[in-house]
Unconditional design. Sequence first.
Length: 236
Amino acid sequence: MNVPKHVAIIMDGNGRWATNRGLKRSMGHLEGSKTLEKLAIHAIDMGVKILSVYAFSTDNFKRSKEEVDYLMDLFIKMFNTKFEKINKKGIKVVISGRKENLRADVIEAINTIEEKTKNNSAGILNICLNYGGQEEIIDGAIKLAEDIKNGLDIKNFTKEDFYHYLYQDLPPIDLLIRTGGELRLSNFMLYELSYSEFYFTNTLFPDFDKSEFNKALFMYEHTDRRFGGLNVKENN
Ligand code: IPE
Ligand code: IPE
Ligand code: MG
């Protein structure tokens, strides 16, 4: 089976999932967090090496204080206690995004989970929190500018070299999944998605279970990735 090495998920639709049931939006986020735990383990079982997930965008601070506070408290609970199964599975957890604007107790929980799982080697779960794709490129460009100022020679600088300046030095994304029915990127991993395959589904994230994930893997298996070239048959 041709399994994507790096899968990314825009975990959208938590709020609608809850509203559809007459519940508060926060209950959708809680349910979504359970779905994420299960999916991270399942993805590794299926042979995926890296799972990047969009948990909170820089623009999500525009939401009500109540919703933002709930989400921040939920991240703390996830990192401090709920990710025990993910740790036992041997998954290394890393967090991508700007630390400015985050509460001190959220940063502390981020440091705890990263430290606790840093030697794990079964796979990587990259959680994008206070993350923006354009911000990541800007932050990378600033780091690169500093290196140039300090004498870095950029005569032969490549697209691949720029990955070292992103939040995590991970390979490009092979498969992007967006749940919740919208057909947009909402500022997610713009640099890393350049040749990714896209899988969009109306399923709301809390309902995106293992079998839904497998449908995306199945689509990926049957796509012909050309990277601007031609496939083997057409090349003859
Ligand atoms: C995605 O679900 C999770 C976050 C943005 C934190 P939403 O909260 O955007 O859910 P909908 O799109 O309103 O249903
Ligand atoms: C994208 O979803 C962000 C996350 C899933 C964390 P949004 O719900 O914030 O995106 P828009 O507003 O539909 O573009
Ligand atoms: Mg949404």
